[in-house]
Write a protein that binds this ligand. Structure first.
Ligand SMILES: [Ca+2]
Length: 351
């Protein structure tokens, strides 16, 4: 049977009063539909911001006024990007933040002069693999299997100490452990900066500047965190000492997930501790270029809450301070691969 077109439906005879309804429906059909134009690099997922995600009406209005679609899938990587509107914010230590370091002061006004797209999530292992053809991440199935087996073995060992056989201990513990065997949607981790740059170049994407990152992370919030850490971030308090699939923690008011926690995020900016001292009271689109250690942002799966803050900034571990070197060792850094599995990233596209 052929599918009926809307016009055929309207031609179907209906009982009294329905003629007026049909005419209304016909007029509605005659209204020009809003055209959704896909950019050359992507496919529009949602043209207008979802009010349940972008909760501030003024932000939705700014996004709509830009004339750009809100959520777009980047064609060559599959990365979901959301539009962040132009605006201004106070960058650096939040008012009354006792955990802020000197490098986060003075707080100062920053103008973001143009809207930009930013990854809704950290880049995933699937997305990295599709572009680079390999996956350097520590947190893959083999890691989780090994962890699960080590824990099982330790538990069996504790029980057999009381004199029971290994078989009896196994029976007492019940079914073998189940581990995470699919990490496609986990964040990419352990990639050095040069490889992250190579990914961005191949994909035609960029890393955010520190200012873009903090503006996107805050999403209008002036507090150290945009929400309660236990619901918005995988950090040392709740992660079980590992990364988690992206977008399993609650998003911020721009619809971005995991800006705080999960993996630290590389930025394009050179890390200069007193960068903010050198700025004027109001800066437009600040960027710190040059060769040297990059600033990483947001804290990770092992971080203390005091580190998972919007304004927290540290140098990547390419240049070692004693504090970071000890963290490196704790997180399994090896010779020749110093970037510990704490680092990932999200991308930016400037339309
Ligand atoms: Ca993160």
């Amino acid at each position: 049977m052929a599918l009926r077109s809307p016009i055929n439906v309207l031609k179907t005879p209906v009982a009294g009063g329905a003629c007026a309804v049909s005419l209304t429906a016909l007029l509605a059909l005659a209204q020009p539909q809003q055209m959704v134009v896909n950019p050359s690099w992507g496919l529009v997922i949602e043209a207008a911001p979802d009010a349940a995600v972008v909760t501030e009406a003024s932000v939705r209005e700014s996004i709509s006024k830009s004339g750009l679609p809100w959520k777009v899938r980047h064609l060559s990587t599959g990365i979901e990007l959301v539009l962040v509107p132009a605006g201004r914010f106070r960058m650096g230590a939040s008012s009354g933040d006792q955990d802020a370091s000197k490098a986060e002061s003075p707080a100062h006004e920053v103008v973001i002069s143009k809207p930009f797209y930013i990854g809704r999530t950290e880049v995933t292992q699937r997305q990295w693999q599709s572009v680079m053809g390999s996956n350097p991440s520590r947190f893959q199935a083999a890691y989780f299997r090994e962890e699960a087996e080590q824990q099982r073995s330790a538990a069996v060992g504790r029980i057999t100490e009381s004199g029971v056989t290994k078989q009896e201990a196994e029976a007492k513990l019940g079914p073998r452990p189940i581990w995470v065997d699919d990490t496609n949607d986990f964040p990419l981790d352990s990639a050095p900066f040069a490889e992250v740059e190579a990914f961005c170049t191949k994909a035609g994407l960029k890393l955010p500047t520190e200012a873009q990152w903090e503006y996107a992370c805050r999403a209008g919030s002036t507090a150290p965190t945009f929400g309660p850490l236990e619901s918005v971030a995988w950090c040392g308090e709740n992660s079980g000492d590992r990364t988690h699939a992206v977008a399993t923690a609650a998003p911020n008011a721009f619809g971005l997930h995991d800006t705080l926690g999960n993996v630290w995020e590389w930025t394009a900016d050179l890390y200069i501790p007193n960068a903010y001292v050198q700025r004027s009271a109001s800066s437009a689109d600040p960027a710190v270029t040059g060769a040297g250690p990059r600033a990483v942002r947001g804290g990770n799966w092992l971080s203390l809450p005091k580190t998972c803050r919007a304004s927290c900034r540290i140098p990547a571990a390419e240049v070692r301070t004693p504090r970071i070197a000890s963290e490196d060792r704790m997180m399994g850094a090896t010779e020749g691969r110093p970037q510990y599995p704490a680092y990932g990233f999200r991308v930016v596209l400037e339309p």
